[in-house]
Design a protein around this ligand. Structure first.
Ligand SMILES: Cc1cc2nc3c(=O)[nH]c(=O)nc-3n(C[C@H](O)[C@H](O)[C@H](O)COP(=O)(O)OP(=O)(O)OC[C@H]3O[C@@H](n4cnc5c(N)ncnc54)[C@H](O)[C@@H]3O)c2cc1C
Length: 397
């Protein structure tokens, strides 16, 4: 049996937990980071192939964390966004120049960011990584949280002043604490794959509304894009079972020839979509961040952007609290954090949920309204600026 003592224990070393660890790195705080997956398992996971649309706010935060330099060359700037509705005339185009910026955001394959975060975490002097390790139980005391873990088959008992749950949509911390969750099953699956394109994307991200559901092409390289195609679970299961030729033909028909002929560059993977929202952001000496708190639909590409804002705000507040001699697990401190994050969280969930309803619908009135909105949007500079603002993912911190 091993014992360990930390100021902050972060459970989950994915994109958000890893980012929080980095934000608190090289501070006087003693940080423990628990991760269930081995590095080999993570490298082999097909989920790592999903492309992330990173907002401008996110790239700024990644710069501050010292991660951006390692991934900047692989990140493709989005200079234009092209939104259209299959079978309708309306379309709108957003350009970085209209928002007076050189890029509306960037696209990066999730695994590259995970690897860069992991390498940076390894060099932080105040951080102990417990991996592969799983949390088995937790109990709060007056001054500490007591957490029991299994690391490589060995039991470890950890005491920490604050435990941060960053262990994803199926959070073990959340279920061990009995925190209720609101689950909305969209009955939809996002099919993720990569394609080679005959014509260069030239920094253009495409969002196309098809009768099956929204279809995004995000530029990865000049002639390579990442595809996220959302549709009903049943349609996705059928399509995923079809052969490569049939899949490519369906995709080509849905997307059209904006980028010429397309060919598959990776095996399509299905991700079932649910909104999972924890009933509470905090418990005694515990804070939930990232997907452990809110797993949202990827239609607007906001999940990691939102989770990174959780991590950034929490890190700033923990450092300020400790600098003033305060306890980072204090219940008033937790309540102030939750109240500071609530507005951003509700806004992003409302925006994403609204998009899913409007843009996944094939009902005639909705698709006509959507088409009209795209035409109007293309002609009104103020409306376009507002859409740019959302597309760039400026959240509130
Ligand atoms: C198809 C798709 C496309 C997306 N596109 C975008 C996009 O364009 N832009 C965007 O911002 N977001 C996007 N997202 C969302 C984004 O991927 C997530 O919001 C982000 O990965 C959440 O990070 P996280 O660290 O909170 O959770 P996760 O990435 O799920 O990480 C959780 C970590 O905790 C570990 N863990 C789990 N259980 C335990 C345990 N019991 N003990 C210890 N460790 C544990 C896991 O191994 C994992 O490493 C997309 C998601 C999908 C599915």
């Amino acid at each position: 049996m091993m014992n360990a003592d930390f100021d902050i224990l972060i459970v989950g070393g994915g994109l958000v937990g890893g980012s929080l660890a980095l934000a608190l790195g090289d501070s006087p705080l003693r940080i423990g980071l628990v991760e269930a997956q081995t590095d080999a398992e993570r490298q082999a996971s097909p989920a790592g192939l999903r492309a992330l649309a990173l907002s401008r706010g996110t790239t700024q935060s990644l710069k501050q964390l010292g991660v951006w330099e390692a991934v900047a060359r692989a990140a493709m700037p989005i200079r234009h966004i092209h939104v259209s509705d299959r079978g309708h005339f309306g379309k709108t185009r957003l350009h970085a120049s209209e928002a007076d910026v050189d890029a509306l955001g960037h696209v990066l394959v999730a695994r590259m960011l995970e690897n860069a975060i992991k390498e940076q975490v390894a060099s932080a002097t105040n951080l102990t990584r417990l991996c592969p390790a799983r949390i088995l139980g937790l109990k709060s005391g007056p001054e500490n949280m007591f957490v029991s873990l299994k690391q490589n088959g060995e039991s470890v008992n950890v005491a920490a002043r604050l435990c941060v749950a960053a262990d994803g949509g199926q959070s073990t911390v959340r279920s061990l604490l009995g925190i209720e969750q609101e689950i909305r099953d969209y009955g939809q699956t996002a099919i993720v794959t990569e394609v080679h394109t005959e014509k260069p994307a030239d920094g253009t991200a495409y969002e196309r509304f098809t009768p099956a559901g929204p279809l995004a092409f995000l530029p990865l390289e000049r002639h390579k894009s990442s595809v996220v195609w959302t549709m009903s679970g049943e349609d996705a299961a059928n399509l995923l079972q079809s052969g490569e030729q049939e899949f490519t033909a369906s995709l080509q028909q849905a997307f059209g020839y904006w980028l010429g002929r397309i060919t598959l560059a990776s095996r399509p993977q299905g991700h079932p979509l649910k909104l999972i929202k924890a009933g509470s952001m905090t418990d005694q000496r515990v804070i939930l961040i990232g997907n452990a708190m809110h797993q949202i639909h990827p239609v607007a590409g906001q999940g990691f952007n939102l989770g990174l804002r959780d991590a950034a705000v929490l890190a700033e507040r923990i450092e300020a609290q400790v600098r003033l001699g305060g306890d980072p697990g204090d219940s008033d401190f937790l309540a102030r954090y939750a109240s500071a994050r609530r507005r951003d969280l509700e806004r992003v969930i409302r925006f994403t949920d609204g998009l899913v309803r409007v843009f996944s619908s094939d009902s005639t009135p909705l698709s006509l309204a959507r088409n009209a909105a795209l035409i109007v949007m293309d002609r009104i500079p103020a409306a376009k600026r507002l859409l740019c603002h959302h597309a760039m993912g400026y959240g509130t911190r």
